[in-house]
Structures are given as structure tokens and as C-alpha cells.
Design a protein around this ligand. Structure first.
Ligand code: SF4
Ligand code: SF4
Length: 217
């Protein structure tokens, strides 16, 4: 009989202890947020998804060279002299087309090393951190804005220009050969250069020996 009432008391006591903990948490401030309905404010310099403003990109490849995991792939194409690609927002003249600018954000470790070397400040970290995908290939961001037709047209034009330049070079009269300067062995005196002789030193003037004092008389 005693064990019966003891078990009942232990059951009630356990419930009371549990309820005490539950009630104490009702009056403490929450340490979690209701993500994604509520989002924390990010620090000012948080590193998240990258963005590239292709209007300012000059295709210099500095960002790709700085990347420690090689997740930036850039391809460039020379423009012909008659094409004006314009200026960037910082006044740098654009001379190259950029038909490909891919960032594989699945490989990116958000180190931020690609941002400082950019001379036109067109690659930067954003505050976007929600970009999960079901397909891994969807995490390769393609920033280039040229269409395949534009790329083909630029390539065709460049090939024609280079062909024309090569034809002009081939048709130009050969330049007269300039005689190569004779090679002078190390330590040898160059031919035709007079070697100055050292000026002859004057003959020593004879000095009279001191007189013998005994001869003085
Ligand atoms: S943040 Fe780092 S890893 Fe990501 S693209 Fe830039 S350099 Fe590469
Ligand atoms: S460093 Fe800047 S300008 Fe140069 S290729 Fe990268 S994004 Fe373009």
C-alpha cells in the first residue's frame, strides 16, 4: 500500500518540476526568431552572394586570378579599332568584350578576395543569402550579357580584321636589313676605338747630394 502512494506522489512531483521549468521559460526573452518570417539584420560587411555589374567590367581577369578556389571563369574577345565599347562608371575605357563571366557559387567560400582587386569596383558582395537550389548547375551564375549572335558577330568581325592586317603586312615592302652590331668578346678591346696612352711622366730632376762639411774650409 505504501509503495502505491509513493508512486503517485513521485508522479505528481515530476509533473510539478516539469511545469516549473515550462513556466520559467514563459517569462524569459526568446533567443530564437521565426525564420523565414523574421530575419536578423546582417552586419554591414557581411559576405554573401556575389554580384557583377557587367556594364563596368573590363575583362581584366584580376578577380579570377585572386580567387583561391577558381570558381570565376572569364572569357574575353578583342574589339576592332572601329568599335567603341564606351567607358565604365569610373572612367576606364573598355577594350574587350566579355562573352563569358561565370561564378560557380557552389564552390565559393565567401572569402571576398575577388572584390578588392577589381579596378572598376564592379564585383561586390550583396546581402542575399537565400539562394538554395535543387540542381547544382543552377548555382553557376552567368553574368555576361552578350547574346550568342552578338558573340558570333564580334568573332567574325575580329577574324576579318586580323586577316586584313595580315594581308597588309604581307604586301608591305620588306624593310632593309639593319646590320647587326658585331659581337665583342668579353674583355676584348672594341675595334676602332683608340686606346689612350698614359702621358709620359717627366724625367726625375737630379738632386744634388748634401755637401761634405769637411770640404768647407
Ligand atoms: S568570394 Fe572568394 S571564393 Fe568566392 S568567388 Fe570571390 S575569391 Fe572566389
Ligand atoms: S576584376 Fe572587375 S573588371 Fe576585372 S574582370 Fe573581374 S569584375 Fe571585371
Amino acid at each position: 500500500m505504501g509503495t502505491y502512494f509513493k508512486n503517485i506522489w513521485e508522479g505528481i512531483w515530476t509533473v510539478l518540476v516539469g511545469m516549473k521549468i515550462t513556466w520559467s521559460h514563459l517569462f524569459t526573452p526568446a533567443v530564437t526568431i521565426q525564420y523565414p518570417d523574421v530575419k536578423l539584420k546582417l552586419p554591414e560587411r557581411a559576405r554573401n552572394r556575389l554580384y557583377v555589374n557587367m556594364d563596368d567590367c573590363i575583362g581584366c581577369d584580376q578577380c579570377a586570378m585572386a580567387c583561391p578556389v577558381d570558381c570565376i571563369t572569364i572569357e574575353t574577345l578583342k574589339s576592332t579599332p572601329d568599335v567603341d565599347l564606351g567607358l565604365t562608371s569610373v572612367g576606364t575605357k573598355k577594350r574587350l568584350y566579355v562573352p563569358r563571366f561565370d561564378i560557380d557559387i557552389a564552390k565559393c567560400c565567401y572569402c571576398g578576395l575577388c572584390v578588392p582587386p577589381c579596378p572598376t569596383e564592379c564585383i561586390k558582395m550583396t546581402d542575399v543569402y537565400e539562394f538554395s537550389e535543387y540542381e547544382r548547375n543552377n548555382l553557376i551564375y552567368r553574368y555576361a550579357t552578350m547574346t550568342p549572335a552578338e558573340i558570333d558577330a564580334a568573332k567574325t568581325k575580329l577574324a576579318a580584321y586580323e586577316k586584313e592586317q595580315a594581308a597588309k603586312k604581307a604586301a608591305a615592302p620588306p624593310k632593309p636589313a639593319t646590320p647587326a652590331p658585331a659581337r665583342v668578346p668579353v674583355g676584348a678591346k672594341p675595334a676602332g676605338v683608340p686606346v689612350a696612352k698614359p702621358a709620359s711622366s717627366p724625367a726625375p730632376t737630379p738632386v744634388d747630394p748634401p755637401e761634405n762639411p769637411e770640404n768647407k774650409s
